[in-house]
Write a protein that binds this ligand. Structure first.
Ligand code: SAM
Ligand code: SF4
Ligand code: SF4
Length: 335
């Protein structure tokens, strides 16, 4: 029988944060004032080991998960990540395995990830301007590293690659057409994401969100566009294509058009807590159970009870101006 939450939403996808560390300090995610040199990142021993992650993925798949995404922090900072990829792809029932990365370490790891069986890759790219990139990543690593990473991923055989672009008012909204053109010419699928109030540290304001409708209106300058209907969910408006056949792009209107009704994602933090929403205030500790020698059926029962009592619909509550205040940080459970 299908596992359903209190709104009858099935469990279908799992995002796994493999580290809370990052080589960037994007102000919207890990502002340097908070995540400075003395920030207490998780101890290596507190982070789930690969065999623990593998065991949990097997259990999640038994409960309906078909899509898995590895994220972070910066997932490629986790030592031997391709080994984890290889472990997860061979679990029967995992139909899709993807990775979201800032791209910096792709020149080193793209081929190994492909060889390990990674199916899809998403690279974050908010700007094509080198100076702006420095500010947006708050790091000394140049934009050219990310662009080389993209090229390495392409040579390794990842295609199409998705590009995540978080738009912020007055920061990078002037690059909508440039980024869309860059993606279209490179055969990538750009996804515009509305700036979200994840966590409690990123100084989010509604004024800083660039509504996706505004993006769609601007993009028509590149030619006519039309929505692509998702054959599985019947949902429209997330995927769009250029009518002349020159490519597609995506929009994620998590603020202006909340889509909690179709949300089938569970999230596993690097330290082994299960969260049922990106905006959850607390999670269920699976690591202690794992390390106490719990049986598969005990672990399964923890996951099942958490999903069955899931009533998260934060983005819809945000729209109604009654969002709860206690939230986990994005780098902690992954975007
Ligand atoms: N470090 C990797 C990266 O940046 O791709 C993976 C983790 S990052 C948390 C995953 C995605 O979340 C990135 O595409 C990032 O741009 C996005 N993200 C982070 N903070 C966000 C925010 N406040 N609103 C919307 N998206 C955000
Ligand atoms: Fe790091 Fe990704 Fe967060 Fe930027 S968005 S700070 S790259 S985890
Ligand atoms: Fe899913 Fe929570 Fe986002 Fe709604 S707010 S779409 S429930 S992660």
């Amino acid at each position: 029988m299908k596992l359903l939450d209190t709104f009858s939403r099935p469990l279908g996808a799992l995002r796994i944060s493999v580290t809370d560390r990052c080589n960037f300090r994007c102000p919207y995610c890990m502002p340097r004032e908070v995540f400075g040199a003395d920030y207490p990142f998780m101890d290596r021993l507190d982070i789930l080991r690969f065999e623990e992650i593998e065991r949990l993925v097997g259990l999640f798949v038994g409960l309906g998960v078909r899509k898995v995404r590895l994220t972070g922090g910066e997932p490629l900072l986790r030592k031997s990540l391709p080994d984890l990829v290889a472990r997860i792809v061979r679990i029967p029932g995992v139909d899709d395995l993807a990775l979201t990365t800032n791209g910096v370490l792709l020149p080193e790891f793209a081929q190994a990830l492909k060889d390990a069986g990674l199916k899809r890759l998403t690279v974050s790219l908010d700007t094509l301007n080198a100076d702006r990139f420095r500010k947006l990543s708050d790091s000394e690593i140049p934009l050219t590293r990310v662009l080389s990473g993209l090229a390495a991923a392409r040579s390794a055989g990842f295609a199409p690659i998705k590009l995540n672009c978080v738009l912020q008012r007055g920061i990078n909204e002037d690059e909508i057409l440039n980024l869309a053109t860059f993606a279209r010419e490179g055969g990538h699928i750009l996804r515009f994401i509305e700036f979200m109030d994840v966590g409690t540290q990123n100084g989010w304001k509604l004024d800083a969100v660039v509504p996706i409708d505004e993006v769609l209106a601007k993009i028509t300058a590149l030619g006519e566009i039309e929505p692509i209907e998702d054959s599985k969910t019947g949902r429209v408006a997330e995927r769009w294509r250029y009518r002349d056949g020159s490519g597609e792009f995506g929009v994620i209107a998590s603020v202006t058009k909340a889509f909690c009704g179709g949300c089938d994602r569970a999230r596993l933090s690097a330290e082994g807590a299960l969260y049922t929403c990106l905006f959850a205030g607390s999670g269920v500790n699976l690591k202690t159970a794992l390390r106490n020698g719990s049986s598969d059926s005990d672990l399964r029962a923890l996951i099942v009870s958490s999903w069955k009592r899931r009533d998260d619909h934060y983005s819809e509550l945000r729209s109604s101006n009654t969002p709860p205040t206690r939230k986990v940080e994005m780098f902690h459970i992954g975007g």
